[in-house]
Design a protein. Sequence first.
Length: 662
Amino acid sequence: MPDSSLPTSWSRVVIAGVKPQVDGGRWPSKRSVGEEVTVWAGLIVDGHDKIAAELFFRHEDDVAYRSRRMRLRYNDEYHADFPIERLGRYSFYIQAWVDAFASWQDQFRRRVEGGDSEYEIESELQDGASILRRAAEDADAEGARILNRYADAFLAGKKDVALSRHVLELAQANDPRPGAIESDTFEIEADPELARFGAWYEFFPRSAGPLVDPPRHATLDEAAELLPRIKDLGFDIVYLPPIHPIGRTHRKGKDNATMAEPDDPGSPWAIGAKEGGHKSVHPDLGGIKAFDRFVARADKLGLKIALDIAFQTSPDHPYVKQHPEWFKQRPDGSIRYAENPPKKYQDVYPFNFESPDWKNLWRELKSIFEFWIDHGVRIFRVDNPHTKPFAFWEWCLGELRREYPDTIFLAEAFSRPKIMYHLAKLGFNNSYTYFTWRNTKDELIEYCRELYETDVADFFRPNFWPNTPDILHDYLVHGGRPAHVIRLVLAATLSSAYGIYGPPYEHVDNRQHPEREEYASNEKYEVRAWRWNDPNSLQPLIKRVNRIRRENPALQYMRNIRFHQTDSPHLLAYSKQKDDNLILVVANLDPYHEQQGWVHLELDELGIPADRPFEVHDLLGGERYYWNGNDNYVKLSPHILPAHIFRIHYRVRTEEDFDYFA
């Protein structure tokens, strides 16, 4: 009687893990156009036979899978790469089997080298010929002819033929793969390149007017006059806080005062008034036509516009009268304003995502994105997404990405790590991070290793911001100009995606509110005026840093970072490498004192010859040095330049290599 517990099929090969995958394949891993995906698989087999494996991959719009042979690296780890060439979803899986001919050839070589008898060698050659005959059965006519000729040569005792590389490759190309096993299929979400490599510049367009006292409210047409300057500074994305009509009920005054003066403009995050809501532009900014002109001007310059999306309203928003059921209500029927006790936000109403009419609410909120997409916006900074249901984001972002795969969503989620990471899995391409609060050497190394050297790197793409309108850290307050330089260099080189809240950063406005970790005279509550072309600002340095990023591919990726030892707790050293482009950053984290010490490089790991000097060219300061050996000395003053961004050249240059007039 047959034993029904026996498997119907089985394989000697076991797949002991495949990477990248997120939560067992529940979510796609993230990559961007222009990157390569390295797929790793743990493959084992009983005994000493050789394993063959192939990676299959395709874009969602392709009919057929393409394939690449996987290579053994070490300890049963096999890997292969495939390119991300288009936006959208890629899928991949691997197939593995016992490589019969490679296993036979390996054993045969050992027998020959071990001096087996002619009888044993003849017997083994017969086995090898049988493997080739089986491969010939599935080969095309030409392949079958050559395989059978090789089999005949085996039977004629041609040991050298049996050990040749060519016969191995031909046998592998026509292997019938008996007992092959396949992995599950996993997915990769292919994001735009700007999700991986982009520099963001945030400013309030209402503060784009001339340097007058008191400042006056500017229009988007005036703000558009600043776009060439932002482009010249080297930024890719211009991020605008909310540009909608602002409520008047419970309007906040300067520095978040609960009572506003008659001329106070209010917070842009108190969205909605009689002039309109989330699909309107503040009339003082010029309305929707001015916004369209602003986007068109940016497009001509090669800049992308990012808009802030905040799913909340002022008490004056049209939604409040049209759909009171979309908001949380008190027992007396009044609408509950936003609170985070003891903080109260009387000028803001949160949506009730669990409203009995939640389906229409969700559709309406999704349509806000679609409205601005129709007006040329593809990049959105989403305010506090962690305070909205995860199920909403999974549905909303999934629908939008299917229709518009070139969209980018930056999560402003200063929350607990697991929440930030889950939002990334749901579809946010970028996220704010804890970078602002990581200021010591150990803190920065530990945090970057979590982001770049663990499984987090497969789905979470950090966007480093040293400041925001809500955050002015004590490090910048007390460290002044040197601290601003240090944090700019770190943000721009530790991550390939970074941003600054521009005007106060470039002007080193480090006046902090006496009660909160934010700016005094905060632009969230008042119009400011700035000296946009101040020669004493950080603008020349910002321009130089962004140019270095553009000219060095190593700085355009995240996962390629490697930290190096220094003998000072104040000196941070790390490198990034892409092909032959090798960048080494050494930063003095002390904004007050000169620091000096030794930087230790593992030259073999970096591919640098250890037997002769090599050149390091400081792209930030312009100096060139010759270093020799693994340990080299640096000295950095925060009052001159607190960091080196070295381009390392692999060979010693001759006099003819230098352009003395550069």
